[in-house]
Ligand binder design. Structure first.
Ligand code: CP
Ligand code: NVA
Length: 303
């Protein structure tokens, strides 16, 4: 099988490819805002496979494909053979013969890796237990739009060492910014998730991690698939809430980010997420623009 370019984790793209995608996303976004078509994916079909719930990822990929002249097919594990034990490898063979690109939201990273190995077309990670690379593309694009290059900046992650946090770690290494992480005891990042110790700093106290940050970001305390731990996590994470006081130790022009959906009153106060430094709605919207650039790049290369 010819070599196919996938986006299974953030580090699947190099710095040159990332810079291109951010620039192209800005052009595609401007076209969209001016009611100008970017119909580069005419007649192309995206298959989206969901094993977990989604609002933003489904909508941004489906609307994105339609807006580029293509179409999107939605499959989930409840009403397809995917939930009835058909091997991932077999599903990949079949699905990739009927489509041009596949997006998958699933549990273990291994599932998407196995799918990709047997796919004739590019596969995009729409979230796994380990990574959420499309989210961090949108987050960094949002930062660049508001503040310019992210190189040398400081990002503070407060809360769970989850899929979004692990993707920030890869991004920090590739794009050379500093990542401060504070998690409660027992929820720390595993040492093998940190390839480059020059960009990663762990803090026991979330206030120390937040100090002088350019971006202060968090996520739910209980990710999808971990619901049975919810009660315990509510107690363990109680001091890892982003509130006004924490925003106050960050840089004056700090941006607050959250991939959404959020639980106001848990990982973030209503005052912060609805406050003037929050860019959560732009972040969500930018999923659309940046993923259009990603789809186009994986299918057609640089334009
Ligand atoms: N942020 C994000 O991926 O949202 P959804 O779960 O709604 O897709
Ligand atoms: N960490 C969250 C992100 C949801 C978009 C989860 O995996 O549930």
């Amino acid at each position: 099988m010819a070599k196919v370019k996938h986006f299974l984790k953030f580090s699947d793209l190099n710095i040159d490819e990332l810079s291109y995608i951010f620039k192209r996303a800005a052009i595609i976004k401007a076209n969209y805002k001016n009611y100008k078509r970017t119909w580069t994916l005419e007649d192309r079909t995206l298959v989206m496979i969901f094993e977990k719930a989604s609002t933003r990822t489904r909508l941004s990929f489906e609307a994105g494909m339609n807006q580029m002249g293509g179409s999107a097919v939605y499959l989930n594990t409840r009403d397809s053979q995917l939930g009835r034990g058909e091997p991932v490898e077999d599903a990949a063979q079949v699905i990739s013969r009927m489509s041009d690109v596949v997006m998958i939201r699933t549990f273990e990273q291994d599932i998407i890796e196995r799918f990709a190995k047997n796919s004739r077309v590019p596969v995009i990670n729409g979230l796994t237990n380990e990574y959420h690379p499309c989210q961090i593309l949108a987050d960094i694009f949002t930062f660049i739009e508001k503040r310019g290059p992210i190189e040398g900046k400081r990002v503070a992650w407060i809360g769970d060492s989850n899929n979004v946090c692990k993707t920030w770690i890869q991004a920090a290494e590739l794009l050379n910014f500093e990542l401060n992480v504070s998690t409660p005891k027992g929820y720390e990042i595993e040492p093998n998730d940190i390839d480059n110790k020059n960009n990663f700093f762990h803090y026991e106290d979330p206030m120390d991690a937040a100090k002088d940050a350019d971006i202060l970001t968090t996520d739910v305390w209980t990710s999808m698939g971990f619901e049975s731990e919810n009660k315990e996590r509510l107690k363990d994470f109680a001091s890892w809430q982003v509130d006004k006081e924490m925003m106050g130790v960050a840089k004056k022009d700090v941006l607050f980010m959250h991939c959404l959906p959020a639980h106001r009153g848990e990982e973030v106060t209503g005052e912060v997420i609805d406050g003037p430094q929050s860019v959560v709605w732009e972040e969500a919207e930018n999923r659309l623009h940046v993923q259009k650039a990603l789809l186009e790049y994986l299918l057609l290369g640089k334009q």
